[in-house]
Design a protein around this ligand. Sequence first.
Ligand SMILES: Nc1ncnc2c1ncn2[C@@H]1O[C@H](COP(=O)(O)OP(=O)(O)O)[C@@H](O)[C@H]1O
Ligand SMILES: [Mg+2]
Length: 161
Amino acid sequence: MLAGAVADGIAPTGKRRQAEPNAQLPQVRGDRIQLQQVLLNLITNAIDSMVAKDGARILGVRSEVRDGANVIVSVADTGTGIGSQELERIFNPLFTTKSGGMGMGLSICRSIIEAHDGRLWVAPNKPEGAVFQFMMLADGAPSAIASQREQLDELAPSSRL
Ligand SMILES: Nc1ncnc2c1ncn2[C@@H]1O[C@H](COP(=O)(O)OP(=O)(O)O)[C@@H](O)[C@H]1O
Ligand SMILES: [Mg+2]
């Protein structure tokens, strides 16, 4: 899905793209169309940001597994980056710095990921640009809530209903 989204989302305009789909990755359960929408929004923003500036234009999309239970997808660019003042505001509905922007993309992305019990955040890229990452629980991995419940059960087995 990652490679497809990168291929679909980008016309060959001379930018370098790096898709690193990970074949060993566990599956993630979710709404395929919504998750594609998240990726395309992030990729479109990355391209907008790189078009706004001269210099290297490298888009990196990769996926990895963390702690055996979480899948992390990253969309990294070498664009303008995001000032510290704007870091949290960019996720607000209607926040945009683009003349024709709607400012809804990131807000929708975050809602979709959170509806999948995941998290979406942004960090600076090195040496320039931004990296958006989202994390979702791998299919079959116990959720944090379930494992907390198990721990409570272990502490007080007699109180189990
Ligand atoms: N990859 C990025 N690099 C730099 N700024 C970004 C990036 N992605 C989003 N932003 C900032 O966040 C704002 C909100 O993004 P978004 O919600 O997708 O709305 P829109 O793309 O319509 O402006 C953008 O206007 C831009 O200022
Ligand atoms: Mg956008």
